[in-house]
Design a protein around this ligand. Structure first.
Ligand code: GLN
Length: 502
């Protein structure tokens, strides 16, 4: 244990943590304890967690220590703690999706992602805060109060997975799981100086995720380094017969790609449409510098025209509410979670109405109403059908782009983290936070955000997004790993090591 004396265990990467556990320098229980202590010390201010499962975490860690003592070879993330977004079902552990409607619900089963995480020996510390049913870009739509950005506690940590990103950025966990329907892994990663990946649609099972929009939802890794994200990606990806949209194809070797750090000869496309009005000057500056860096590293830069990306956001805000209104119909007060108004005289329909009125927050209600309207007969073709046509045009823009380049690069978000309260009453400005992330969800592409530095105008993290064609997730890790390493060389450390102590 000598080499680790004085080492702050919570500051190790996931890869380093697994190694010191496998080498017997420290036990998995000690690592878990250190993270639980960190949560105890800072989470009253950050509020990344909705539920901490101390007992479950220590038991999982102990099981890893026992397997090691018995001489078993441990997996590459065994004993590493993880924070799980509360939209992912966890057997025996409360799962609320950030909603009052599911307050107190304890799932009787594990999502496939949860099962794979457990089988990898990863220790689940607890469940993270999120916008209700993953609708939002700031975590302010959680029924349980907002999460705070560790870089500036008065600002939002992004959303909907702000809890997962904040847990990783505040060293409460080296890894987290998020879900990304329109940007909810990448946008929080961008504004918290962390790494977040939306795998190819169908690359990670959706079984056991509480559905928002089934044709868009995808779970993926949150971490502080590209390699850590790759290790978690490899642990959770793969075909699942329980999810009919799961892809039955080999998972690309994302770990080898993350380690390769070589972009020589890679063709990188800069999308014309991802700049200009609405983009913060400091974000654009860091983006331009990143493109220059890619060129220095040996990539060739090509300008790409994607004319239909301008319509991606409006199309998404018809498709998403439509699918969400249908998925959220199951929360009727009859089967699980909250039930209000059941006084013995009210009809089932009345109880459903009272329960849904009491249980859903404003944003969920807004989207249920838009979606129900867009799907109603007479309007279906005008709205939902039209939006699906636009979706096809966006897909074609990507197809044409990927005939010319291997990956696309853009800012992840038009601005850095905005102040808590600034956009909560202005849904349109909230939706604009996902301007650059939404096209990839519409097309099912793989996409990643890594830190590009701090914005010179406000000192807050800027995210750099890479987009690869479906099933080419490895390209993200190759280019992301190379840029991360080059920036760390330049700065002498990772961006996250500059985050305030809290
Ligand atoms: N912010 C987007 C929305 O509100 C994305 C949500 C998500 O990816 N879950 O719909």
């Amino acid at each position: 244990m000598s080499s680790l004396v004085g080492t702050d265990l919570v500051r190790l990467t996931a890869a380093e943590t697994a190694r010191v556990i496998a080498d017997g320098e420290v036990s998995a229980v000690e690592v878990t304890r250190a993270h639980l202590d960190r949560i105890g010390a800072v989470d009253d201010r950050v509020h990344a967690f909705l539920h901490v499962d101390e007992e479950g975490a220590l038991a999982a860690a102990l099981a890893v220590d026992e397997r090691r003592a018995a001489g078993e070879t441990l997996g590459p993330l065994a004993g590493v703690p993880l924070a799980m977004k509360d939209v992912v079902t966890t057997k025996g552990v409360p799962t609320t999706a950030g909603s009052r409607l599911l307050e107190g619900w304890v799932p009787p089963y594990d999502a496939t992602v949860t099962r794979l995480v457990r089988e990898a020996g990863i220790v689940i510390l607890g469940k993270t805060n999120m916008d209700e049913f993953a609708m939002g870009s700031s975590t302010e739509h959680s029924a349980y109060g907002p999460t705070h950005n560790p870089w500036d506690l008065s600002r939002i940590p992004g959303g909907s997975g702000g809890g997962s990103a904040a847990a990783v950025a505040s060293f409460e966990a080296p890894l987290a799981i998020g879900t990304d329907t329109g940007g909810s892994i990448r946008q929080p990663a961008a504004v918290t100086g962390t790494v977040g990946v939306k795998p190819t649609y169908g690359g990670v099972s959706r079984f056991g995720l509480i559905a928002l929009a089934s044709s868009l939802d995808q779970a993926g890794p949150c971490a502080r380094t590209v390699l850590d994200a790759a290790l978690l990606h490899a642990a959770i990806a793969g075909h699942d017969p329980l999810d009919s949209t799961s892809i039955d194809a080999p998972v690309p070797d994302v770990v080898a790609a993350a380690r390769s750090q070589d972009v020589r000869g890679m063709r990188v496309g800069v999308v014309k449409q991802f700049s200009g009005e609405g983009y913060q000057p400091g974000v654009e500056q860091r983006f331009r510098e990143s493109v220059e860096l890619l060129e220095e590293l040996g990539a060739s830069i090509v300008e790409i025209d994607a004319p239909h990306f301008a319509y991606a956001l409006p199309a998404y805000y018809l498709i998403l509410p439509s699918e969400a209104s249908s998925n959220l119909a199951r929360f009727d007060g009859m089967r699980y979670g909250l039930r209000v108004g059941d006084d013995g005289t009210a009809s089932a329909e009345q109880v459903m109405a009272i329960t849904r009125d009491a249980g859903f927050g404003a944003e969920a209600k807004r989207r249920i109403m838009i979606g129900t309207y867009a799907l109603s007969s007479g309007y279906y073709d005008a709205y939902y059908g039209q939006a699906q046509k636009v979706r096809t045009l966006v897909v074609r823009d990507f197809e044409r782009a990927f005939e010319q380049v291997d990956v696309l690069v853009s800012p992840t978000t038009p601005t850095t983290a905005f102040p808590i309260g600034e956009r909560i009453d202005d849904p349109m400005s909230m939706y604009l936070a996902d301007l650059c992330t939404i096209p990839s969800n519409l097309a099912g592409n793989a996409s990643m955000s890594i830190p590009a530095g701090l914005s010179p105008d406000d000192g807050l993290p800027v995210g750099l997004q890479f987009i690869a064609p479906p099933l080419a997730d490895d390209r993200l890790y190759r280019v992301g790993g190379a840029v991360e390493a080059a920036l760390a060389d330049r700065w002498g450390h990772l961006l996250i090591d500059q985050a305030p102590e809290l």
